[in-house]
Design a protein around this ligand. Structure first.
Ligand SMILES: NC(=O)c1ccc[n+]([C@@H]2O[C@H](COP(=O)([O-])OP(=O)(O)OC[C@H]3O[C@@H](n4cnc5c(N)ncnc54)[C@H](OP(=O)(O)O)[C@@H]3O)[C@@H](O)[C@H]2O)c1
Length: 257
């Protein structure tokens, strides 16, 4: 049975990936920090889908923990067919108010961990001529000027990494996808200390929809997946605005300081 390794499956989009991949019959490796939530999800997947599930408790911003997850991806025994780089978090503060440690953690999780895990996964996939890497970036990665730094900048890095790798993997049997969801109902905003409760329901996506669109896009060989038509049209329209102009619009829309 092919095996998928999913980072950040204890809630939200990562949990939906674990559920949908297990429902397709893939065995699953779950990676996050919260051991109790990981074990509860593992039991749930085993009971519902009769798949085999491994749990790796790891903080991907910690060098030693990251090395353990890399080692799992490099293992020739029970090789990983699908890597889902999903773990991430938002910062509820403006750039200048973030502590150096908060900045380091975001770069470690969104940039270093995604790069290193993908780097560990690809050689085996290439040798087997079969594999898939999905990285959950964001619409913020397509329009970083309209997002809070450094979140949008780290997500732009993820999109650029997947796009760059896609070119090197043509004809290899391995594909990569940058999944770019818009606002999705998960624990993300509450954890970041953001209150978006006044936004209309039309802007919100479900984690299930994000994942089913992403898996459909992967099957079609799409490199940048923007779940739902409404977000695809919105991003296309916003991309027509010149970069300098969009930065000015954002500056005008924000309170001074
Ligand atoms: N929600 C949105 O509106 C939205 C929109 C666009 C993109 N995204 C992206 O989607 C991805 C998933 O976010 P979500 O919305 O599903 O948020 P979420 O519900 O808060 O889930 C985040 C997941 O990441 C894990 N995680 C966080 N820090 C980690 C670390 N240091 N090491 C290992 N795992 C860690 C968490 O698990 P533990 O706490 O157990 O470690 C959790 O399972 C993120 O990359 C986010 O940037 C979200």
């Amino acid at each position: 049975m092919p095996i998928a390794l999913v980072t950040g499956p204890t809630s939200g989009i990562g949990r939906a990936f674990a559920l949908q991949l297990a429902a397709r019959g893939l065995d699953i490796v779950l990676v996050a920090r919260d051991a109790a939530r990981l074990e509860a999800l593992a039991d749930n997947l085993r009971a519902r889908f009769a798949v085999s599930v491994e749990v790796l408790v790891a903080d991907l911003t910690d060098r030693d923990d990251l090395a353990r997850v890399e080692a799992r991806l490099l293992a020739a025994e029970r090789p990983i067919h699908t890597l889902v780089n999903n773990a991430g978090f938002g910062a509820g503060t403006v750039f200048e108010a973030a502590t150096p440690e908060q900045l380091d953690r975001m770069i470690a999780l969104h940039v270093t961990a995604v790069t290193r895990l993908t780097h560990a996964a690809l050689p085996g996939m290439r040798a087997r001529r079969s594999g898939l890497v999905l990285t959950v970036a964001s619409v913020a990665g397509l329009l970083p000027a309209m997002s809070t730094p450094p979140y949008g900048a780290t997500k732009a890095y993820q999109v650029a990494l997947m796009e760059g790798l896609a070119g090197t993997l043509v004809g290899s049997g391995v594909s990569v996808v940058a999944v770019c969801p818009g606002l999705t109902r998960t624990d993300f905003h509450q954890r970041a200390g953001l209150d978006l409760s006044r936004l209309p329901s039309v802007v919100w996506l479900s984690p299930h929809r994000v994942v089913s669109d992403a898996l459909r896009a992967a099957a079609r060989g799409v490199v940048i997946s923007i779940p739902t038509k409404r977000y695809r049209y919105a991003i296309r329209a916003a991309s027509l605005i010149p970069r300098g102009t969009s930065a000015r619009i954002v500056r005008r829309g924000k309170p001074r300081g």
